[in-house]
Ligand binder design. Structure first.
Ligand SMILES: [Zn+2]
Length: 408
């Protein structure tokens, strides 16, 4: 409740800055300048006496800076990281591909790579409804059948399944964070299966032999492996979704997961990997750069990480310059959903990414949301050159997928 009080001085609005400078100038007795002391007693009109819950804080930026609207990408775009085909037991309904194409045409999005095409009948249905119904607009990847991972003979069976999927039309293999964080030996009570478990070696090798890139999501934001406390920069998100936390219990440490993943990269140099979400360490581009230097068979994409890249614009611009042949555009787009607004497919989502990559605008929202959903900060545009934009928007993806899409 706001209680009206007499102003400290008639006709004077006391701001915090005014109070601090008055205190510094000796106008106010120092004994009064204590929390809950004079300042609280004399709270000026229009302020709250009680603390403001973080969830209610929606500061409007007072910066008067350039706002560039980028309705269409400067060059045709391949979104390397989307999830658009129907999933079994999915909580959210899928959107008919014709509706997706309408939005794609509006924002100059040429192709969506649909990573989670599943396997077997699910994969064949996705390929028919998306890839074949709309040639060159959708490409679909297959996924391992984790439910059989503890069965005898799984290794060779799974490698053969990759061949079958390629014949059906799949353009790559997608690995969700299931591997390393959910998949357990023999059922839900068993130990976690390690990312570099040897039973998957034939699968990684098969991908290399067949020319299928592996899109790999291993780990999650670094903060998801830390305690959910007031020091955690993703506190609000984790507090709302405690099941997203991988802190404690028998979860591996963040760095151990990445190290296990790196052993897979090293063991399969002829297989092309795409480490999604900026190699899962957008918070540490120095480390991602060192990883890319060590493994020429690895590339990255930027899905759902412009909130990280855009708050370190100078480091990120250097990263794009140095690794311009190995970074791909991606959004992690899903057709519907309110829990992760930074991923909801639509014109607004793409326009934010384009603004980030193409302009030098300052301090703008990284997601179409009332409150920044992955942390209360804003981002700065990179203003990439045309040469880098072409590579990131479509040339790198075409090379890695081994297809010509744009202008074919
Ligand atoms: Zn994804």
């Amino acid at each position: 409740m706001i209680r009206k009080r007499q102003p400290a001085q008639p006709e004077t609005t006391w701001t915090r800055r005014g109070w601090v400078s008055a205190a510094a100038a000796g106008l106010v007795g120092s004994t009064l300048a204590t929390p809950g002391g004079w300042a609280a007693e004399q709270a000026p009109v229009g302020t709250r006496a009680s603390p403001l819950p973080l969830t209610e804080f929606e500061p409007k930026s007072m910066l008067h800076v350039t706002e560039t609207h980028v309705p269409r990408a400067r060059f045709p775009v391949i979104d390397f990281h989307t999830h658009v085909s129907p999933r079994p037991n999915a909580r959210r309904p899928s959107v008919p591909p014709a509706e997706l194409v309408r939005v794609m045409d509006t924002v100059n999005l040429h192709t969506m790579v649909n990573l989670t095409g599943g396997s077997g009948d699910q994969l064949r249905a996705a390929l028919a409804a998306f890839d074949r119904a709309f040639p060159r607009r959708f490409l679909t990847m297959t996924e391992p059948t984790w439910t059989r991972a503890s069965e005898a003979g799984y290794s060779t069976w799974q490698a053969d399944e990759i061949k079958t999927a390629k014949t059906a039309g799949a353009v790559g293999l997608k690995v969700l964070k299931t591997l390393g964080l959910y998949l357990r030996e023999g059922g839900p009570k068993g130990p976690l299966v390690h990312v570099d478990d040897a039973r998957f070696d034939p699968m990684w090798e098969a991908c290399g032999g067949l020319g299928l890139p592996v899109a790999m999501h291993v780990g999650d934001p670094e903060a998801f492996f830390l305690p959910i406390d007031r020091f955690n920069e993703r506190y609000e998100e984790l507090n709302a979704h405690p099941d997203w936390s991988f802190h404690g219990r028998d979860f591996p440490a963040f760095r151990d997961i990445l190290t296990a993943r790196d052993r897979v990269f090293a063991r399969h140099p002829k297989t092309t990997f795409v480490a999604l979400h900026v190699g899962h360490w957008a918070e540490n581009l120095q480390a991602v750069g060192e990883m890319l230097d060590r493994f020429p068979n690895v590339n990255v994409e930027i899905g759902a990480r412009i909130g990280e890249l855009g708050r370190q614009p100078r480091t990120a611009a250097r990263f794009f310059d140095r690794y311009q042949d190995r970074i791909m555009f991606g959004t992690d787009a899903v057709p519907l959903g309110i829990e992760t607004p930074q991923q909801v497919f639509g014109e607004d989502l793409y326009r934010i990414y384009y603004r980030f990559l193409e302009t030098e605008d300052e301090y703008f929202d990284y997601a179409p949301a009332r409150v920044p959903p992955q942390g209360r900060w804003r981002i700065y545009g990179l203003g990439l050159t045309d040469q880098i934009l072409r590579k990131v928007y479509h040339e790198n993806a075409e090379r890695i997928l081994g297809v010509t899409l744009v202008g074919a």
